[in-house]
Design a protein around this ligand. Structure first.
Ligand code: FAD
Length: 422
């Protein structure tokens, strides 16, 4: 990283940023800006990616400001859901299995150190497979190679363990007993709190699309500008704005990120029915039908969601009310696979968005025209779990200036979708 680390000082009579924001009361605490108004790194977007990147850089001794329009883990963001699955299996995409393994340890550490044990729920994850199932076969091989605890279960064993599931055409499965799910928005907020505890500034403001030119100098971005006209200066800028990335960089990313509408449903169990709660049933995925689900966590309902990509959406204008068509599909599946839930009511729902790259590999790269700007996103419906590993990776590339793995570069992001990461 080229910028030098400067001492973080509380400004007296701070410049536009500190004074303006203090008077509007938008900072969580008294403004602490550097005397010259400059941070080492400004991270835009406090979803799971931005939160962990900010955390890792601040831990490494950088001065960081984390800016978000609506707050960490807000309901509009992709990280703002109740729960997100963390599994180690990824077919033959070993890099994501490795990242999941790394991330799981960091999430557990966060849960321990923040005193919020509930953030990670070790419910187990069940990969349901049909007779011929290349994805699950490849997953089993990768888990074996990496030494991830897992078991292959045949039909009779599945029925004995989880009699509340009608396995239908499913003939075998892989069970990852030490995987589970994260309580997503709480987890993101906990990461941001830790980053703040280490000295990171958190700022509530919407950042305008960046551009070299008036605000930039010779291929570098000079400052962020916010809706209110504040200027935030830093040596390096990281944009981790999830489904908003295409709007911030329309020319570079407009055609390379596919933001899709995704619907989530929570079903209520019959009175007295406990077999769909955490501890009684694992997270499960039936990729052949592009559907997955999570056990009821603290009475919020048995979650089901379609993993297939919905229609394109704009995160600012998307109607966040589920459609009757998807509701019917989910209820039909639930009644078939979980007979005790036939006729169960929908007790909650959410509409969120995936930010898909052409094949599902994340985007981590410098902007082609602004050398001090990083673009990080393309979570592609599977990014949450990886937050800690991705944060470490991005922070390391910013620090060492080294090349990123080609799979993450802009150059490998096509304008036509061909999903390869599940
Ligand atoms: C329904 C659903 C289910 C999913 N299930 C899983 C799962 O089970 N497991 C898993 O690992 N992953 C899952 N994912 C994917 C995962 O949630 C995402 O990959 C991840 O949350 C993306 O995080 P992010 O930080 O890139 O984006 P976001 O969380 O969307 O964060 C972007 C942030 O940027 C801010 N922002 C945007 N524009 C600006 C601006 N101009 N100025 C300031 N701030 C701005 C926003 O307010 C937002 O907080 C799921 C996603 C969805 C939608």
């Amino acid at each position: 990283m080229k910028t030098t680390r400067r001492k973080f000082l509380t400004a007296v009579g701070a410049g536009a940023l500190g004074a303006g924001l203090a008077s509007k009361g938008v900072l969580g605490k008294a403004p602490a800006v550097q005397r010259d108004g400059t941070f080492d790194v400004a991270v835009v977007g406090a979803g799971v990616f931005g939160a962990w990147i900010a955390h890792e850089l601040q831990s490494a001794g950088r001065s960081v400001v984390l800016v978000d329009a609506y707050g960490a883990g807000n309901a509009r963001s992709s990280s703002g859901g109740q729960t997100r699955v963390i599994r180690m299996g990824y077919g033959d995409k070993e890099i994501y299995s490795r990242w999941s393994m790394r991330a799981l340890g960091r999430w557990q550490e966060l849960a321990r150190r923040s005193g919020r044990a509930h953030l990670f729920q070790e419910s187990g994850v069940l990969w349901m497979a049909r007779e011929r199932d290349p994805l699950t076969v490849a997953t089993a091989k990768t888990l074996e190679r990496l030494g991830v605890p897992h078991e292959r279960l045949e039909r009779a064993e599945l029925e004995a363990r989880w009699p509340q599931i009608d396995f239908g055409p499913i003939t075998w499965a892989i069970h990852e007993p030490e995987s589970g799910f994260l309580v997503a928005f709480h987890a993101v907020q906990a990461v941001v709190q830790r980053a703040q505890g280490l000295g990171a500034e958190v700022l509530a403001a919407r950042v305008a699309p960046p551009a070299p030119g008036p605000a930039g100098q010779g291929g570098r971005l000079a400052a962020l500008t916010t809706d209110r006209g504040d200027r935030v200066r830093a040596g390096t800028y990281v944009f981790a704005c999830g489904p908003w990335m295409g709007k911030l960089f329309p020319e570079v990313l407009g055609e390379r990120l596919f933001t899709s509408r995704q619907e989530v449903f929570y079903l209520g169990s019959p009175p007295g029915e406990r077999r769909f709660e955490v501890g009684s049933i694992p997270v499960w995925a039936d990729f052949s039908e592009e559907i997955y689900g999570l056990p009821d966590f603290r009475g919020r309902g048995f979650k089901l969601a379609i993993d297939g990509h919905g229609p394109p959406v704009d995160p600012d204008t998307v109607e966040r009310i589920v459609t009757p068509e998807t509701a019917r599909r989910v209820l039909e599946y639930a009644g078939r696979r979980f007979p005790a839930l036939k006729g169960s009511p929908i007790v909650g729902s959410a509409v969120c968005q995936y930010t898909n790259t052409s094949n599902g590999d994340f985007l981590i790269d410098r902007h082609p025209e602004m050398e001090n700007v990083w673009m990080v996103g393309g979570g592609s419906g599977h990014g949450f779990k990886h937050g800690p590993a991705l944060g470490e990776y991005v922070a390391a590339r910013i620090e060492d200036g080294g090349p990123v793995d080609p799979r993450f570069t802009l150059a490998t992001k096509e304008a036509v979708q061909n999903r390869a990461v599940y």
